[in-house]
Design a protein around this ligand. Structure first.
Ligand code: DON
Length: 599
């Protein structure tokens, strides 16, 4: 049964911080024993980290606590693909900064991780420069001009699968505009130089690794469209260990490297993309491509126990929802230990409340008034925290809309030797997006249109319901959950770069990794391996990873009224943490082939 050893004391935030003996950065605390500074270096820190991990890792959990991270003294790239991480490091070793490296990694992912890395999709990037300046860029896809509110409904008003599969499912891609724009503003190298590794990987090929083959290359989805011959040679998937070349993609990348984003949005690549659309009734036009703009946005910032959290504002919900949840949790001093029923209950209840707001109120700010200041305020979080019972789960009101998400995106984290940091999440939405492959130009188009409320107020094809605020409108960005995040310690130093793939679980997993480090004092390796939880308000259930909670914890949560759901795996994160003398990089242990590379 639930034991209330940890009082849910509601006191003003600063007092909470000061009173929080577990938070390494308790305001005013003497030399902060931040996990980041002392991972397994001093006996105290090692013991604290080990204890936190021991409690959080139940018997039978798939990962071992206490393993090492990749250490590098100078710089680090963590992504789902070793080739892409190496591309970023190659650029930094050649004198590039973190932005140069992030762009190199992003283009390389489009080659070596085509299920999620892309030039036919979009993403979000959060940047923090060594002098403390921050920026975010939104290169999310937009609905084509000919998109209509009901374009995915059949004559009886039922949702079809056209928002997920095939020619109509794509938004106008933003990745090339975003990556070239960010390089022009904050990079130090020419585009051709940072794109060289990607072009080489596409032209000369790379050896198919477990990240590439895990992505389901030659799935039924791909085999329906133009990528069949390349991805299903002789009708079979490219074998692990085979050399895989993409000459069409190499030509596209070389054209972008030579002429910039114009080659993609106005040149022959645009012609190929539109010709491909016309083959199957797609609606993206040359005008849509020419009109596409990436948007610089003011980062959304919050604090948690004195640490600053910098993340992505709408059109992504990621930063707002994560900060809102952290603000709610901050009212509980200290949080119960990771792995306990009390902790899972509080995390679930906090997430429930912030997802209710997310699903009803967040959307592209060019089309909706988004109450950012209210949702991220400490006062509002306090009123929500006061509604949380310490013994009983609450219920999500039935009308609360929620969001459909599928399972393929990719996050990468970069720091350079100067202390600049870049956190990027990019996606085609589903694995290989819409499945449509642009013949002649060699890349997949996204199925991001499914992130809109294709049928506001009605369950969509996944049984989920979304709000009117996120309905389809021409030129509008569909609401995202991507949460590229950077954390700064109370002394103003870069601490963490993190983020994840996994639809709405992106927000939860990113937040939990941050909590594991700064609240529970885990090393980054343990923080990444610790079992994850998720609640998104509807369906009204607290999800946990299989064997990720002790049996007695599951019983306690049920007794408190939680409906529990299990998932085999929850989110794919890639993170970096500052440690004494350098950086720890940890690639997602739940996925094959992910890779932290540093020097
Ligand atoms: O933007 C979003 O929130 C979704 N399109 C992300 C999808 C996703 O993460 C699927 N991944 N693993």
């Amino acid at each position: 049964m639930f034991q209330s050893r940890y009082a849910l004391v509601l006191v003003p935030t600063l007092l909470v911080a000061a009173a929080c003996s577990r938070g390494p950065a308790a305001a005013g605390a003497a030399p902060a024993p931040a996990a980041a500074d002392v991972p397994a270096v001093t006996p105290d820190a090692a013991a604290r980290a080990t204890n936190a991990a021991k409690g959080a890792f139940p018997p039978g959990w798939r990962f071992e606590a206490g393993t090492e991270a990749t250490f590098a003294q100078n710089a680090m790239v963590v992504s789902v693909s070793r080739y892409a991480s190496e591309a970023g490091v190659e650029i930094m070793k050649a004198g590039g900064n973190a932005v140069d490296a992030a762009v190199a990694t992003g283009f390389a992912l489009a080659v070596t991780s085509p299920s999620n890395g892309n030039i036919g999709g979009g993403g979000f990037m959060t940047i923090r420069l060594r002098d403390g300046r921050t920026a975010t860029i939104d290169y999310r896809e937009v609905a084509p001009a000919a998109a209509t509110r009901d374009m995915y409904l059949d004559s009886t008003g039922k949702l079809t699968n056209k928002s997920t599969v095939g020619y109509l499912a794509s938004g106008v891609p933003g990745a090339v505009a975003g990556m070239t724009e960010v390089l022009a503003k904050y990079g130090s190298m020419p585009l051709a130089k940072v794109m060289a590794p990607a072009i080489r990987l596409a032209r000369d090929g790379f050896v198919a690794d477990s990240n590439f083959t895990r992505g389901g290359a030659c799935s039924r989805l791909i085999a329906q469209f133009g990528g069949k011959d390349l991805f299903c040679p002789g009708g079979n998937a490219v074998a692990l260990g085979a050399l895989f070349k993409q000459p069409d993609l190499a030509r596209s990348l070389a054209a972008i490297a030579d002429q910039g984003a114009k080659a993609f949005y106005e040149g022959w690549i645009a012609d190929s993309l539109v010709a491909e659309q016309m083959r199957g009734g797609g609606i993206i036009t040359k005008a849509d491509l020419k009109n596409y703009k990436a948007v610089w946005r003011t980062p959304v910032e919050g604090t948690y126990r004195g640490y600053k959290v910098i993340s992505m504002p709408p059109a992504s919900s990621g930063g707002v929802t994560m900060i809102q949840t952290l603000n709610i949790l901050e009212n509980f001093a200290p949080l119960p230990p990771a792995g306990s029923a009390q902790y899972a209950h509080l995390v679930g209840e906090a997430l429930r409340r912030s997802f209710i707001d997310r699903n009803a109120k967040l959307a592209d700010p060019a089309f909706a008034r988004v109450p950012m200041a209210e949702l991220t305020s400490k006062d509002y979080a306090r009123t929500l925290a006061m509604q949380v019972s310490k013994t009983m789960a609450s219920k999500t009101p039935a009308f609360t809309p929620t969001v459909p998400e599928s399972e393929q995106t990719t996050h990468y984290s970069v720091v350079d030797a100067m202390g600049n940091a870049v956190s990027t999440t990019t996606t085609l939405n589903g694995g290989y997006g819409s499945g449509v492959w642009v013949r002649g130009a060699g890349f997949f188009l996204n199925n991001e249109m499914d992130d809109f409320a294709a049928a506001p107020g009605q369950p969509n094809m996944f049984g989920l319901v979304q709000g009117e605020v996120n309905a389809i409108q021409p030129g509008k960005r569909m609401l995202s959950a991507m949460s590229p995040t950077i954390v700064v310690d109370p002394q103003g130093r870069l601490l963490m770069v993190t983020g994840a793939a996994g639809g709405p679980t992106i927000i939860t997993a990113t937040m939990e990794i941050i909590l594991n480090v700064i609240e529970h004092g885990m090393t980054l390796a343990d923080a990444m391996k610790a079992p994850r939880l998720h609640h998104q308000s509807l369906p009204d259930q607290l999800d946990y990873e299989q064997r990720g909670l002790r049996a007695e914890v599951v019983d306690s949560l049920k007794a408190m009224g939680h409906t529990l759901g299990t998932r085999t795996s929850l989110a794919t994160a890639n993170s970096i943490l500052r440690v004494r003398g350098g950086w720890h990089g940890v690639a997602e242990p739940r996925s094959a082939g992910t890779s932290a590379v540093g020097y």
